[in-house]
Design a protein. Structure first.
Length: 182
């Protein structure tokens, strides 16, 4: 693990750390951050703190992913959220450091990693692959609803537990959640 890199469950974060991560994400995503914690649920935070707050951050949350046409067979996935680096420090390797540790945790603990992004080059050089097949959201009643606006934005990270063969041109679905399912 890199010196200065911290790993903590959401419930282990001090109020000051929550505030610093929230400020970083609000700035990076240029949107208000109130209520964001409740949207994705608890998880594992990987971040680099410094005297001025947080340099870079990413979060892994537990999600079920459904591959192919199996309606009820979910893989346990480490879903990555809130990847952010302080604007004035971008391009200096902080985000890469955080995401390398995220990748290690996912490979050790999950059947698959997943995220939705428009930054394919960044994640691609870290081993993530673009899912080329159609995306859907699995509703609480089991029905799948197409999420065509996410097609081409989902990326996956294979792990030693990823089932093979894996058809990245096939359908993929994620369990529903409010606001941003993917």
């Amino acid at each position: 693990m890199t010196l200065g890199l911290r790993i903590a469950q959401t419930e282990e974060l001090a109020d000051a750390e929550v505030a610093a991560i929230s400020a970083l994400c609000a700035d990076a995503f240029e949107e208000p951050w109130g209520g964001a914690w409740e949207k994705v649920g608890p998880g594992v935070h990987v971040y680099i703190p410094d005297a001025g707050g947080v340099l870079a951050h990413a979060l892994i949350v537990d999600r079920g992913l459904y591959l192919g046409h199996e309606p009820d067979l979910a893989l346990d996935a480490g879903y990555v959220e809130w990847v952010a680096t302080r604007q004035e420090l971008r391009g200096q390797g902080h985000g890469t450091t955080v995401m390398r540790e995220i990748g290690r945790i996912i490979r050790d603990e999950y059947a698959l990693g997943a995220l939705a992004t428009g930054s394919h080059a960044f994640y691609g050089r870290l081993g993530w692959e673009t899912w080329r097949g159609p995306t859907s959201v699995r509703m609480p009643d089991g029905q799948r609803v197409r999420s065509a606006s996410e097609d081409g934005d989902v990326m996956i990270l294979r792990t030693p537990r990823t089932p093979e063969p894996l058809d990245t041109n096939g359908p993929i679905a994620v369990d529903w959640r409010a606001d941003e399912p993917w």
